[in-house]
Design a protein around this ligand. Structure first.
Ligand code: ADP
Length: 190
């Protein structure tokens, strides 16, 4: 299974991604997690990404695309993967298409986690308290939402036009949302 998850920051994508990946036996590839590990480890990639992340801006496409192409070439991703946080721009989506095409593969579905902004702001405030992520401060989160609206939301149309997009109501318990996501996957693959 080759799956992309879309949804604004705070929609609960990461939690659902972990559960879905485990259930389907594919690696959970979260570009934000990979960047955070690199920042922590002080790598060159981490140094390239950190300033963008701290502001809630997107890391430049060429940096992200190269990192994802490398990750998808690892053997565990040969039979499938779940991408969480990538693509985030139309240019990234086009690059993903060409990466997959070159490998004779294609996406099975794109799940969009749907939630309104008032719920998001409340969730992020709670996560900022629990996890202490630097980019969860109110101001940076507001910028991340604006970046989502401007740069990532256009992907919804891009994937809808390909018949891949399925909506998942992201308001509810973790279990409820997982059940909806699984149902959406069944409908996408029917
Ligand atoms: P969230 O899902 O809460 O928005 P992520 O963990 O996915 O956060 O990403 C955190 C940060 O990492 C982003 O704000 C951005 O700076 C960077 N990042 C992650 N994925 C990408 C991507 N595909 N393109 C550009 N920047 C990215």
């Amino acid at each position: 299974m080759r799956l992309v998850l879309l949804g604004p920051p705070g929609a609960g994508k990461g939690t659902q991604a972990g559960l879905l990946a485990q259930h389907h036996g594919v690696p959970h590839i979260a570009t934000g997690d990979i960047f955070r590990e690199n920042v922590k480890g002080g790598t060159q990639l981490g140094r390239q990404a950190q300033a963008y992340m701290d502001r809630g801006d997107l890391v430049p496409d060429d940096v992200v695309n190269r990192m994802v192409a490398d990750r998808l070439d690892r053997p565990d991703a040969a039979q499938g993967f779940l991408l969480d946080g990538y693509p985030r721009t139309v240019a990234q989506a086009e690059e993903l298409d060409s990466i997959l095409q070159a490998r004779g593969a294609a996406l099975d579905a794109v799940l969009r986690f749907v939630i309104d902004e008032a719920d998001l702001v409340a969730r992020i405030a709670a996560r900022a308290d629990e996890e202490g992520r630097a980019d969860d401060s109110e101001e940076v989160h507001r910028n991340r939402l604006a970046v989502y609206r401007e740069q990532t939301a256009p992907l919804e149309e891009y994937y809808a036009a390909k018949g891949l997009l399925r909506d998942v109501d992201a308001v509810g318990t973790v279990e409820e949302v997982t059940a909806r996501a699984e149902a959406a996957l069944v409908s996408a693959r029917a």
